[in-house]
Design a protein around this ligand. Structure first.
Ligand code: CA
Length: 219
């Protein structure tokens, strides 16, 4: 199980990391909110522990941005603030559970396992504007219309969505396809553009660099 631990208190993070490792989690540590946001958007974690009081970018903002980016992983929020309004704000921003410091590790572990058990059968689908991407089922749809995608088109779309708003190079695409054949990429991009019509998303060519998926001005 890949777990992201976002906690700026190095002593606490260190102790937690050790206990989580012993409990069978593979842990990546983010010491501030900027790193946490970057890692959560960039990598696929099974679950995250997010402290609300983080430097650079506070935990609530990280939470909101990560959810806006379509990340559906379970997130357990940690905080020293016991006030009700923080709890409410955290849950509204997309936290799945909540633990107030100080806490006992067994309590944390039990909650992590409960969140993982709860699973995310419906949550596995990512929604971006009018596009729904269900990675578990390898299906995509625009509105209610299911898209007919070849394996290469699926991989291309999956990659563009994962890197949304960032440039994807032809080399990245060829690697995702497991092929050296970068020559036909434009053909696939062209087909994908047609299929994404009406989704509120567009694939933009960045000359000399690659492609990026972005929201269009009007959906
Ligand atoms: Ca903190």
């Amino acid at each position: 199980m890949n777990l992201l631990l976002a906690e700026d208190d190095a002593l606490l993070a260190d102790a937690l990391q050790q206990q989580l490792l012993n409990a069978g989690f593979k842990v990546e540590w983010a010491e501030n909110g900027a790193v946490a946001e970057y890692l959560l958007r960039k990598q696929d974690f099974d679950i995250a522990i997010l402290d609300l009081g983080l430097p650079m970018v506070d935990g609530l903002t990280v939470l909101k941005r990560v959810r806006e980016a379509g990340r559906t992983l379970p997130i357990l929020v940690l905080t020293a603030l016991d006030a009700l309004e923080h709890r409410v704000a955290g849950l509204q921003a997309g936290a799945d559970d909540y633990l107030t410091k100080p806490f006992d590790f067994p309590e944390l572990e039990a909650r992590l396992h409960a969140l993982l058990r709860r699973g995310r059968p419906a949550g596995a689908a990512q929604q971006l504007r009018g596009l729904t991407l269900d990675r578990a089922a390898r299906r995509a749809s625009v509105g209610a219309q299911a898209l007919e995608l070849s394996p290469r088109e699926w991989t291309l779309l999956d990659l563009l969505v994962g890197e949304r708003d960032r440039v994807v190079t032809k080399q990245q695409i060829a690697e995702a396809w497991g092929s050296d054949d970068g020559g036909s990429i434009e053909v696939y991009i062209h087909r994908l553009r047609k299929k994404l019509e009406g989704s509120g998303l567009a694939v933009r060519t960045v000359r000399g660099l690659g492609y990026l998926l972005e929201a269009t001005a009007s959906p």
